[in-house]
Design a protein around this ligand. Structure first.
Ligand code: SF4
Length: 351
């Protein structure tokens, strides 16, 4: 049986790499009590902000049997997403996280995982799988580390000693009894605290936890409604995501470029100029961002983030534009941010 499973493992690995995944690893669904205890402590401290689905997912995360009957193993994959730099680093342009500039990764990774399931069933039909890409009820970073994909860094991301952290994770929970890969037994952060120092909002804590409720990626993407003023003034020109804790990380010094054509950049410097984005109507938003991760946040969060970025730009030409938007009664959330941004610009505050 063991020999048979070793054969299955190597075929799955080979197929995953042929599908374009950067790496693949295998582990058991077992979860140590200590890991769960720390996660619950993190939730109890409300570091998850308004991501209530993380609380709802907890029973499933703790018990993979509820996710898939007879769950035994996890097949973890990574997929690099970094492309050549396609946008200038201009503070008068909206910043869009590197991962969000191409096709929505949920679709890309899920499609490959579905193909991988098909390949697994050709080898052994007697198994069941469920595929997850981000935000599912799975401890994806824990499993990725256990499967040898990388080690979890101070910034809470999985870091590979070979290709840094600009990659997506995906998982197949399976009923197959697969042999486990060895853990990458290294501390990527020994003697380093660069991400902690570079985080604009102090979201990275001394104890290697993240206060996600302060994180700019969370604020611009997950958080709906009004963003507290003291955080908006620290957000700079970020419209979608942040990347600060990855760009400063020494493991990302040598840039590894993705071979995945779906992740090639769909944005241009002209599109992301703040004076262009601020004019976007819902139909412009959909036309420009449909099929990318940005589209998932919806128009209201998008225009809220653009208004904040305009307010942080220090560019007085935005004042009449923002005043005109305010006069059109855009609703409570946008109106509040318009007022703050107009006040910011009038007072000469910018970051
Ligand atoms: S910047 Fe330094 S401390 Fe932060 S994740 Fe990278 S190696 Fe770890």
């Amino acid at each position: 049986m063991e020999e048979k499973n070793a054969g299955i493992t190597s075929v799955i690995r080979q197929k995953a790499l042929e599908l374009g995944f950067t790496a693949v690893g295998f582990t058991k669904v077992r979860l140590p009590d200590e890991y769960i205890r720390k996660y619950e402590e993190w939730l109890n401290r409300n570091y998850h902000g308004s991501m209530d689905y993380l609380v709802r997912h907890l029973p499933l995360k703790k018990n993979p049997e509820l996710v898939l009957e007879n769950a035994l193993s996890v097949i973890c994959v990574s997929l690099l997403y970094r492309t050549e730099d396609c946008l200038t680093d201009d503070p008068h342009h909206g910043y869009f996280s590197i991962y969000a500039r191409g096709r929505d990764y949920h679709k890309v990774v899920k499609k490959k995982l579905t193909q991988l399931i098909g390949e697994i069933h050709k080898i052994t039909g007697d198994c069941h799988e469920r595929a997850f890409v981000d935000s599912g009820p799975v401890f994806e970073k824990y499993y990725a580390a256990e499967a040898g994909i990388g080690a979890i860094g101070r910034n809470s991301l999985v870091i590979s000693s070979g290709y840094g952290s600009f990659f997506f994770l995906g998982e197949l929970i399976t009923s197959l009894p697969i042999d486990t890969d060895s853990v990458q037994n290294f501390d990527p952060c020994r003697g380093c605290a660069r991400c902690l120092e570079h985080c604009p909002v102090n979201a990275i804590l001394d104890n290697r936890q993240i206060n996600a409720g302060r994180c700019i990626a969370y604020l611009t993407i997950e958080h709906k409604g009004i963003i507290p003023y003291e955080l908006t003034v620290l957000m700079g020109n970020r419209v979608y995501g942040c990347d600060s804790c990855q760009k400063c990380c020494p493991w990302n010094r040598k840039i590894k470029i993705t071979a995945e054509p779906d992740f090639s950049c769909r944005l241009t410097d002209d599109i992301v100029r703040l004076d262009n984005l601020i004019k976007f109507k819902p139909e412009d938003f959909s036309e420009t961002f449909a099929g990318t991760p940005v589209h998932r946040i919806g128009y209201e969060s998008f225009i809220r983030n653009v208004v904040i970025a305009a307010g942080n730009s220090g560019d007085l030409k935005f004042i009449p534009v923002l005043q005109q938007m305010l006069a059109a009664n855009p609703g409570e959330v946008i109106s509040q941010h318009l007022i703050w941004s107009i006040n910011n610009l009038t007072a000469g505050n910018c970051r």
